[in-house]
Each structure stands twice: as C-alpha cells, then as structure tokens.
Design a protein around this ligand. Structure first.
Ligand code: C5P
Length: 210
C-alpha cells in the first residue's frame, strides 16, 4: 500500500511531533526533510570554511554528496545549522538535487509521512493527506527555546525568537518553493493545543482518508 502524508509549516509549529506520532500510529516511514537542508548547510559551511563564504558552488556540491549518514548527526539541531539550512534552501539547484530522493521516499511501500516547507506544494502535490501546521510566533519561540535549553544549549528566549522570525521570513519570501500552504491542505493551528491534542486532530483527519 502507498499512502503519502505531507506536513508543512513554519519552524517549531509542531510538525515534527505530529509527524513522528503519525508514523508510529500508522506504521509509516518518516522523513524530516529539514534535516536534508541542515546537513547540506553544514557540509557547505565546512567546505567553505566560514558562514559568509558559503556560495552556490559549495551548497550545490554539498547537496549532491549528501548521504543517509549525514542525516543522523546530532549537531544538525543547532541554531547555526538551521540558519545555514535556510540559506542553502533558497538556492534552486540545491532543491533540485534533493527532489528525487524525497519523491522516492514518499512512494515507499507501506506509507510515508514527510514534513517540511514545500511537501504539499512541490515535492508531493498529489499527497493523499496534506496538513499545514501553524502556531503563534510567541508560542513557537517558547517551544524552541525550551527544546534548546533542555538539550543544554546556552540560548536566550529573545535570540531564539529573533532567529525563528528571520528564518520564517526568508523561507516565506524566497522564489524557490516558498513556504506556503497548499490550497488543499488542512490548516492546523496548535497554539492552544497540547502535543497529544494536535496529534489526535491529525490522526482523525488521516483516518477519514485512509
Ligand atoms: O524544519 P527545519 O527547521 O529543520 O528546517 C530547516 C530549514 O530548512 C528551514 O528553515 C528551511 O529553510 C529549509 N527547509 C526547506 N524545505 C523543506 C524543509 C526545510 O526549505 N522541505
């Protein structure tokens, strides 16, 4: 059986929690596509030697050389990797280099859930279920701050909020596959929902389409 769930939305809206829960509930494979851009950004940074020296050449080469092992590193969750990701993600050739792999994943036997920014619009426009997950800016910043703080990163709420705002603005304004809800996506605002409530909403919506 092939069944594709596309989950998009801004940073820290709850996409990851919902995607993992959906994958566990239905036995689907899960791909966090942000990791592809984070790993590409990290590789490009290393190749270029400094953040401000990263150019298209390094970024495109990094995207083409990506392996599954690159996605398993635990230093991909840092704010630096997120910022680098959002810069390389605006380069059309980087997105093109990562396209086929994501589409192949989406068509896996047994079902797949992919989360990102352009899954319902560009990667899987024919997905069986599309969700666009949002939450208020303040709630998203608070969630990401707590996550980073718990993981031992030395960050302030203000810095986290500023970084999220900058990243979301860049992701929504870029020409290549901007972050936007697909016309046929269910919009899920998690501002005042617990993680369990948000997951229940997503599961109910998917069950209705299975
Ligand atoms: O989801 P996450 O915050 O890990 O994504 C990091 C960055 O990767 C995003 O800010 C965005 O620029 C980019 N991204 C993207 N398209 C996706 C997933 C992530 O452009 N499908």
């Amino acid at each position: 059986m092939r069944f594709t769930v596309a989950i998009d939305g801004p940073a820290a809206a709850g996409k990851g929690t919902i995607s993992r829960g959906v994958a566990a509930r239905f036995g689907f494979a899960h791909l966090d596509t942000g990791l592809l851009y984070r790993a590409t950004g990290r590789r490009a940074l290393i190749a270029a030697g400094a953040a401000d020296a990263v150019g298209e050449v390094e970024a495109i080469a990094a995207a083409k050389a990506l392996t599954e092992a690159d996605l398993a590193r635990d230093d991909l969750r840092t704010a630096e990797a997120g910022a680098a990701a959002s810069r390389v993600a605006a380069i059309p050739a980087v997105r093109a280099a990562l396209l086929d792999w994501q589409r192949g994943f989406a068509r896996r036997e047994g079902g797949a859930v992919l989360d990102g920014r352009d899954i319902g619009t560009v990667i899987c426009p024919d997905a069986d279920v599309k969700l666009f997950v949002t939450a208020s800016d303040a709630v998203r910043a608070q969630r990401r701050y707590e996550e980073l703080h718990l993981a031992g990163h030395d960050v302030t709420y203000e810095d986290v909020a500023a970084q999220l705002a900058e990243r979301d603005a860049r992701d929504a304004a870029r020409d290549a596959a901007p972050m936007i809800a697909a016309a046929d996506a269910l919009q899920l605002d998690t501002t005042s929902l617990t993680a369990a409530e948000a997951l229940d909403c997503a599961i109910a919506h998917i069950e209705a389409k299975l």
